[in-house]
Write a protein that binds this ligand. Structure first.
Ligand SMILES: NC(=O)C1=CN([C@@H]2O[C@H](COP(=O)(O)OP(=O)(O)OC[C@H]3O[C@@H](n4cnc5c(N)ncnc54)[C@H](OP(=O)(O)O)[C@@H]3O)[C@@H](O)[C@H]2O)C=CC1
Ligand SMILES: Nc1nc2c(ncn2[C@@H]2O[C@H](COP(=O)(O)O)[C@@H](O)[C@H]2O)c(=O)[nH]1
Length: 325
């Protein structure tokens, strides 16, 4: 098995066929909808809230609302539906979540996307929830995760998942790898490649994206969509608290399995960190899209599909040539 991660790989350019990078189309189809970019901010409480979700949906981006304020989900779906915007929420797997799904069906509230957001997605808990969602909300696109193996991808797809999210432990605020010894941290890109060999439905690569070039690499190794936390944290709009240290502005970013999220020190697998203030979210999204257009041009194509076919080399940690990210 070839093992590598984002910083170990460089994609090999092909002859350019566009006159300007602006000709390159970064759009992607997931389920019944087309989105501007194959990128989705992580469904975490310091990354997305209702107003960011609404802005993203209004501007053609995919989003997944987090599941940590359970009572807000029904009003949120109603509001998005009234505004004719895509509704995309998260659920867990505890008993109350089964009742929540039944309540949505009873009220005729059909989210466009539901993501099952669990640390260890290769489990009967997730398989049962996929089946429950498909029974009560058959028109909803179900994303299930997280997993790190081809066996898990196959099993969740067979249970009815429409897409699978890959990534156990590569996240910036993740301590799963340290606390448990398990995961895809350090080899997320290779794990994605292994999973893509088994997948018959879209994969979402989740965690470990540190540069915009990592998005193109994820697509090359099998992702349809890329979930990103840390690069989206720290913006003006980000829900994390603003903290000023020695006159310099920072924003909080914490893990969904951190003590800060859970409110207790039990099965903690996440930490909190401060990230430098980054300004407006729209500026990051614009730069990300321009960089992805550039990636497409280097791939020798006009759309995302071109990136999937490029050759690559493994350069073992040398791409930064001594520079830091
Ligand atoms: N992508 C990643 O690498 C990771 C992401 N996370 C994020 O943290 C949040 C909390 O996740 P999670 O703890 O799953 O959610 P929950 O706290 O909602 O737990 C879901 C259920 O699964 C059980 N459970 C959780 N982990 C395991 C496990 N390893 N083995 C068996 N049962 C388990 C829990 O029981 P009990 O608590 O009693 O065990 C609970 O019944 C999510 O948002 C998740 O995405 C967390 C860790 C890794
Ligand atoms: N092990 C943990 N993983 C977590 C936790 N909270 C979120 N996550 C995962 O990280 C990604 C974001 O990664 P990033 O590298 O882009 O910052 C997120 O989508 C989750 O899958 C956690 O507490 N522990």
């Amino acid at each position: 098995m070839k093992i590598f991660d984002y910083e170990d790989v460089q994609l090999i350019p092909n002859k350019c066929i566009v006159e300007s990078r602006s000709e390159c189309d970064t759009s992607v189809v997931l389920g019944k909808h087309t989105f501007k970019m194959p990128v989705v901010p992580a469904n975490m409480q310091t990354i997305v809230d209702e107003s960011i979700a609404e802005w993203l949906a209004s501007n053609g981006y995919f989003y997944i609302m987090h599941r940590f304020e359970e009572d807000k989900r029904i009003p949120f779906i109603k509001e998005m539906t009234e505004k004719n915007l895509i509704s995309s929420i998260s659920v867990g797997v505890k008993q109350n979540e089964y009742e929540f799904v039944e309540e949505l069906a009873a009220q005729g509230l059909i989210p466009d996307y539901v993501t099952i957001d669990i640390a260890h997605g290769h489990s009967n808990a997730v398989i049962n929830m996929i089946q429950h969602l498909k029974q009560f909300l058959p028109d909803t696109f179900v994303i299930a995760g997280n997993v790190g193996t081809p066996e898990a991808v196959r099993e969740l797809e067979n249970a009815g998942a429409d897409a699978t999210k890959v990534g156990i432990g590569p996240g910036k605020v993740c301590i799963t790898k340290i606390k448990t010894g398990f995961g895809t941290g350090g080899w997320q890109l290779a794990a994605l490649r292994r999973c893509s060999k088994a997948a018959r439905k879209p994969l979402i690569a989740d965690g470990g994206i540190r540069t915009h070039g990592d998005i193109a690499k994820s697509i090359r190794f099998g992702a349809t969509m890329v979930m990103i936390g840390s690069l989206f944290a720290g913006h003006e709009e980000s829900p994390g608290e603003t903290v000023v240290v020695d006159g310099v502005k920072f924003k909080e970013y914490f893990g969904s399995a951190s003590e800060f999220q859970k409110g207790e020190k039990k099965n903690v697998e996440g930490k909190k960190m401060l990230l430098p203030y980054k300004g407006a979210l729209v500026d990051t999204l614009t730069e990300m899209q321009q960089d992805l257009q550039s990636s497409i041009s280097y791939a020798g194509g006009k759309d995302i599909g071109a990136i999937r076919k490029v050759d690559y080399v493994i350069v073992k940690n040398s791409i930064f040539n001594g520079d830091s990210i």
